[in-house]
Design a protein around this ligand. Structure first.
Ligand code: ADP
Length: 264
């Protein structure tokens, strides 16, 4: 339908109010429609290239009737798995963007959860020549949260820290209880790396879907460009937010703020 309608009523009476409400609604619908189109375009763009490469390889194998080496099948299979994960990520991301991500919130000991997550990625960090540390000033730190979604947030931040930090670097995870920000109380988790950093001009786009800093892109690091969008929207769904401080060639600090609910 045509969303470019606007009721030209400009009075202060009931008609004016109804007209204003109607115009606000069509404006919001237009914005939602724009967002939906962007999403569809992004998805098409992300899927097109890998799908056509797979199609070519399969058709080629079929037409030449040549023996297909198992490594090629393995690579194709990996690629199919990767695309499946991408579609799954896009699905939860679009739910979260629309504010419709189902959350199963329960009291969660952040400190214990983080310790576990850090242990889970420690191997990968060490294989990449990175030192991994975990600091907690208190425990337990209890927040109302969906353990699965929050775990995903920390995994995304930690995977990035590993990916964008050269060998010999250090990754530090810190948890702080009862941080006050704008008159509200938060539990804060920071993931700090000594990696390549992010130029200041890139920071405003960092949480955009499929956004990748040029240098990282050229490194072919195998990410999807959705990790930070997902982290951002999952944290928002919990009423929190993420801050980032970064210095090129020095490192990056992401801090997740999760509300503690009770007033100061
Ligand atoms: P990707 O799958 O590309 O890692 P993300 O959404 O997780 O996608 O991150 C977006 C971009 O932000 C990355 O491509 C990278 O350029 C930059 N980035 C994210 N985390 C870090 C970090 N810890 N250090 C440096 N750059 C980072």
């Amino acid at each position: 339908g045509d969303l470019n309608v606007k009721v030209p009523v400009d009075t202060k009476d009931e008609y004016g109010k109804v007209a204003q409400t109607f115009n606000d609604m069509t404006f919001r619908l237009r914005e939602a429609e724009k967002a939906r189109r962007r999403l569809v375009a992004d998805v098409a763009h992300e899927l097109r290239t890998p799908l056509s490469i797979m199609q070519l390889k399969l058709e080629n194998a079929q037409q030449t009737g040549q023996y297909v080496p198992p490594e090629m099948l393995l690579r194709l299979h990996d690629e199919v798995i990767r695309l499946g994960l991408l579609v799954e990520d896009l699905h939860v991301l679009s739910l979260a963007e629309a504010g419709r991500l189902p959350l199963d919130c329960k009291p969660l000991d952040l400190s214990a959860r983080l310790e576990q997550v850090v242990d889970d990625v420690r191997m990968e960090a060490e294989e990449n020549g990175l030192e991994m540390r975990f600091y907690s000033n208190t425990k337990p730190v209890t927040v109302m949260a969906d353990a699965r979604r929050i775990t995903q947030v920390f995994i995304n931040l930690l995977t990035n820290a590993i990916r964008y930090t050269p060998r010999g670097g250090k990754i530090t995870v810190e948890i702080e209880d009862r941080v006050i920000d704008r008159n509200a109380l938060f539990a804060c988790v920071s993931v700090i790396d000594t990696g390549i950093g992010i130029p200041a001009e890139e920071l405003p786009h960092l949480f955009d879907r499929f956004y990748r800093v040029e240098e990282a892109r050229s490194r072919h690091t195998g990410g999807t460009g959705l990790g930070l969008s997902i982290a951002h929207h999952f944290v928002r769904a919990h009423g929190g937010f993420i801050r980032v401080v970064s210095e090129p060639d020095q490192g990056t600090r992401f801090t997740v703020y999760l509300p503690l609910g009770n007033d100061i």
